[in-house]
Design a binder for this molecule. Structure first.
Ligand code: VGL
Ligand code: ZN
Length: 201
């Protein structure tokens, strides 16, 4: 169990913490609200160290291709400008949080916060070499964001207690975590004094 020392080159990516993905939302992730406290802990850790914080959001048009009415797999969710697309007000995002909107045209879906966005270039512009990823949902947008972060060459920490899965098929969430680790992500847990690696590989 080794402590993770945060410093220059670190950044936090908070994935899709929007009302529609929280319990009561149109695509509510079971127990999604349980990640709010750990994510607030992460936000404090990174902002205390003056490290960049990115928040992605699903930002769909009303006729988005992923919606059932258009033949997609999901109920309508995160329609740009609606309450369901807003970030939970229970999260203490610092004022200088960088918002990354994705899947904002009708024709294309994007589970990864890197897909069709400026996230990679904004990370590089800030000298980021290592990201920590948390948020919703483990088996869709977190999995794809982590996969792309690794492919883009960023060292990638994942915080399982600060993510929850849709679990369309039981076990999807834990399989997604296994896959992220197999691809090179390092799972960490949150302690009083910061993050600790869960395993050394
Ligand atoms: C997501 C399903 C559809 C996610 C987004 O944020 O994980 N899941 N759109
Ligand atoms: Zn979506």
């Amino acid at each position: 169990m080794s402590a993770i020392k945060l410093g220059k080159g670190d950044a936090l990516i908070v994935v899709d913490m929007q009302y529609d993905f929280l319990p009561g939302g149109s695509l509510g992730v079971p127990a999604g609200h349980e990640v709010i406290a750990p994510i607030n802990h992460l936000l404090a850790l990174y902002s205390d160290c003056k490290l960049p914080i990115f928040a992605s959001r699903d930002w769909h048009p009303a006729d988005h291709c992923s919606f059932r009415e258009q033949g997609g797999p999901w109920p309508p969710h995160c329609v740009a400008g609606t309450h369901g697309a807003e970030f939970s007000a229970e999260l203490a995002f610092p004022d200088d949080t960088i918002v990354i909107s994705k899947a904002d045209t009708a024709q294309a879906d994007a589970y990864s916060a890197f897909n069709g966005t400026t996230l990679a270039s904004q990370l590089r512009a800030r000298g980021v070499t290592r990201v920590a990823v948390c948020g919703l949902a483990t088996d869709y947008c977190v999995l794809n964001t982590v996969t792309d972060a690794l492919e883009e060459g960023f060292e990638t920490l994942i915080v399982p207690e600060a993510m929850r899965a849709v679990d369309v098929h039981p076990g999807d969430g834990s399989r997604a975590i296994d896959r992220m680790v197999a691809r090179g992500a390092v799972a960490v847990r949150l302690g009083e004094h910061g993050m600790t690696a869960l395993s050394v590989s």
